[in-house]
Design a protein around this ligand. Sequence first.
Ligand SMILES: NC(=O)c1ccc[n+]([C@@H]2O[C@H](COP(=O)([O-])OP(=O)(O)OC[C@H]3O[C@@H](n4cnc5c(N)ncnc54)[C@H](O)[C@@H]3O)[C@@H](O)[C@H]2O)c1
Length: 422
Amino acid sequence: MESKGKTYKVKDISLADQGRSKIEWAESRMPVMMKLRELYGKTKPLKGMRIAGCLHVTKETAVLIKTLAIAGAEVSWSGCNPLSTQDDVAAALAADGISVYAWRGLSTDEFYWAIEKTLEFRPQLTLDDGSDLIFTIHSKHKDMLAEMYGGSEETTTGIHRMDAMAKEGALAYPVVAVNDAETKWDFDNVYGTGQSSMDGIIRATNILLAGKVFVVAGYGHCGRGSAMRARGLGARVIVTEVDHIAALKATLDGFEVSTMDAAAPRGDVFLTATGMRDVITGRHFAQMKDGAIVANTGHYDVEINIGDLEKIAKSKREIRPNNEEYRLADGRRVYILAQGRLVNLAAAEGHPSEVMDMSFANQFMAMKFLAEQGKDLKPAVYRVPREQDEEIARLKLETMGIKIDKLTPEQIKYKTDYSQGT
Ligand SMILES: NC(=O)c1ccc[n+]([C@@H]2O[C@H](COP(=O)([O-])OP(=O)(O)OC[C@H]3O[C@@H](n4cnc5c(N)ncnc54)[C@H](O)[C@@H]3O)[C@@H](O)[C@H]2O)c1
């Protein structure tokens, strides 16, 4: 817990050694991040920069935080979800001198208190997952805006918030949309969320997924990854969508596509992955089978309307960790995992290190870019430059020992020569 003179508040500092082992394990799986440490540990491009971060405190995030510090930054951190902090990792960071204000199970007030604590050293850069930090600075600490170099955003929902702020002219400093880098969005959200959401569902339930009817709401990046992995485990997958193109992709990928109303009485397991509110509501719960399991992997806990379920439930109890049983008047039981918060982070450990290697390499490069050029940029949402994406993919392949072909000079010429036909 917080003690006088210490710049941290964690659950239990004595967990530090356990956290250090976890971080070491992640480091052994994140070769691109290790390469960045090697490259920028000497030149220290972040020297003199104060970075506040608000992103899930996991072992992979610890690798990012340490890499930022090795490159010269002073860092202060809070978690971006009340249930995703790994207390041992937070303890290890605190014990190693990082300002960290994070513990699993904090209340909404404590969540915002933690953000406020990370702002006390007046950051010049922000690193967000959901944009709560950027939004807090813009709404409550306008006096800090002049000192800001920029910020970065990790997730789809946060980018939506930033795009909306920029459109209204309310964004006061440049923000790099890390989520939208191809080496992030097409890997972390797809393969990371896909695997870790199954992991969270399995840890919270230990059910056999083979043969189950598994309903995935949303066939974007996270939904596609989740549908793919659920199918791989033998589930019969139904996809629900609101976008015709996404629904068509799901259909041609071989999934059954349906409405949530039609899927509600058929599903054994439901997973929302939309970033949208009220995807599963009272009328869906009313139709579900006895024993239906409902989870969310979208950023906020708004996708499943648990309030509606509370209204029709007669009783509620925790049957396993991260698994609450709601009993309805007619005796049917519905199970909500991780209180409707992202199941992969609340009930499991979040994305595997290997995929966060690329996401956090993009975050690191975004911080470096903003430290060098942020002051010259207009307030807007910036996409990651293509060269950065390509370089991270190249480094990742190199660390995996995979070689690819190179275009020959003739092929390069052919690519741009529009005069050649049959
Ligand atoms: N769990 C994690 O670790 C994790 C990781 C990355 C992203 N996320 C979050 O997951 C969410 C989805 O991210 P994404 O990158 O897949 O976004 P995306 O934009 O690629 O896909 C979202 C999809 O949901 C669909 N959708 C929207 N409303 C719907 C509704 N009512 N019913 C059915 N489908 C609907 C959209 O049409 C779209 O195809 C976001 O909140 C994002 O921040 C979570």
